[in-house]
Design a protein around this ligand. Structure first.
Ligand SMILES: Nc1ncnc2c1ncn2[C@@H]1O[C@H](COP(=O)(O)OP(=O)(O)O)[C@@H](O)[C@H]1O
Ligand SMILES: CC(=O)OP(=O)(O)O
Ligand SMILES: [Mg+2]
Length: 412
């Protein structure tokens, strides 16, 4: 059984093809037979494409001035063409799973993609303008290439947060807003759910006994307070613009700033652009949205890069504090996604803020590229885990479950 996964992020498009034996679904991700990534974060208008296969074939290319959909279609061709070819025919693909960022209050679980689901994804694009259109383009690219016969599944980033307590989802606005769906939804749920299950496994504890703060720090960043396996609080809100400072997004700001911008004649589109694409690390540093570039600039003494880092850290630790308060304690902090998995200095700085809880990390472990590892000292009452998020595998498992082509996987 072959499952293709498309995971569209704000700055990247990741994709992989799993070849599964139907009788046995492993708990951990098996190695995909083909993996591809498009990265738009380095040079304006340039897509960096990387493809690798289980047989060791590698393709690296820079693509100029193509639309996202054209770039995705080009990437998918490497499945059956050239050195990275892993299948003879498209008919070999049984199901395609998509990460879909905003499912609104309509989709509390994954869903087979129908015309109605596509319309809803398009409709919710007004709340997730960076993401949902990219998700839809992925779905349409597959329809273009594979036709409408192949089963496609939408796995929603909002679903894991769908059962948060009401006090955590309602904004203190006139009640009618809540009745009209203006509420906190939360995002990155596929990742928060996966890493909390994996954390329980690594700690050798039952997930239902744990209080976890999961820190998904990628280009988009959010925290979740996970109690007994459920998300009870999270930093993103009605849209993925809220909460923590991010690569190009502001995170929480005083709504008075928006009022002021409107009074000074800015349009909705301009305000959207400011908060979603021109803020965060990019806006503050004037250098880049990429933490690696920020770290390089700091090393060269750039004061704006340093300020951007300081603001990111300040906001991050205050929200971690808020999540711990929602949980009423914390057994482990979990770092994941591009920044969380790689930025050792940031992890050290965050953890230093929680020394008052007795939390201590082992610097050696922290600095040696930990993957799925506990980096706290043995005597630290709060554990600190670095976990490689496996959104793609979580999506593939949902494809299996929904298409009922195979056994329902047991949770981790
Ligand atoms: N070695 C590294 N050190 C610091 N940050 C890194 C490193 N590698 C990747 N990152 C950060 O991770 C971000 C991308 O994270 P990722 O989770 O892949 O993003 P998304 O899925 O939102 O596109 C990059 O913008 C970069 O800031
Ligand atoms: C929801 C969201 O912010 O996603 P990403 O981190 O992929 O941008
Ligand atoms: Mg991501």
């Amino acid at each position: 059984m072959k499952i293709l996964v498309l995971n569209a992020g704000s700055s990247s498009q990741k994709s992989c093809l799993y070849s599964l034996k139907e009788e046995a679904l492993p708990v951990q991700s098996p190695k995909p037979i083909w993996e591809a990534q498009i990265d738009w974060s380095h040079h304006e208008g340039v897509a960096e494409l990387k493809v690798k296969t289980i047989h060791g074939a590698v393709l690296k290319e820079e693509l100029n001035a193509q639309s996202r959909q054209e770039t995705v279609e080009y990437m998918l061709k490497s499945l059956w063409q050239g050195e990275t070819k892993v299948i003879d025919s498209l008919a070999e693909i049984d199901c395609v799973g998509h990460r879909v960022v905003h499912g609104g209050d309509k989709y509390k679980e994954s869903s087979l993609i129908t015309k109605e689901v596509k319309e809803a994804i398009a409709d919710f694009a007004k709340f997730a303008p960076v993401h949902n259109p990219a998700n839809l383009q992925g779905i349409e690219a597959i329809e273009q290439i594979l036709g409408e016969k192949v089963a496609q599944v939408a796995v929603f980033d909002t679903a894991f947060h769908a059962k948060m307590p009401e006090a955590a989802i309602v904004y203190a606005l006139p009640y009618e807003f809540y009745e009209h769906g203006i509420r906190r939804y939360g995002f990155h749920g596929i990742s928060h759910q996966y890493v909390s299950q994996r954390a329980a496994q690594l700690l050798g504890k039952d997930l239902t006994s744990l209080k976890l703060v999961t820190c998904h720090l990628g280009n988009g960043c959010s925290l979740a307070a996970v109690k007994n396996g459920h998300s009870i609080d999270t930093t993103m809100g009605f849209t993925p613009t809220a909460g923590l400072m991010m690569g190009t997004r502001s995170g929480d700001i005083d709504p008075g700033i928006i009022i002021d911008l409107l009074r000074r004649g800015h349009t909705g589109e301009q305000i959207d652009d400011i908060f979603n694409r021109r803020s965060g690390f990019l806006g503050l540093s004037g250098i880049s949205a990429d933490m690696r570039k920020i770290e390089e600039a700091i090393a060269q003494g750039n004061t704006r890069a340093q300020l951007a880092y300081n603001v990111y850290l300040h906001i991050l630790r205050s929200f971690i504090g808020a999540m711990i308060a929602s949980l009423g304690g914390v057994d482990a902090l979990v770092f994941t996604a591009g920044v969380g998995e790689n930025a050792a200095n940031l992890r050290a700085d965050v953890c230093a803020s929680f020394e008052f809880l007795g939390l201590k990390i082992d610097e050696e472990k922290n600095n040696h590229r930990p993957v799925d590892q506990d980096i706290s000292t043995p005597d630290s009452p709060v554990k600190v885990l670095v976990i490689h998020t496996q959104e793609d595998w979580a999506i593939a498992q949902e494809c299996v479950r929904l298409t009922q082509l195979s056994v329902i996987p047991s949770p981790l």
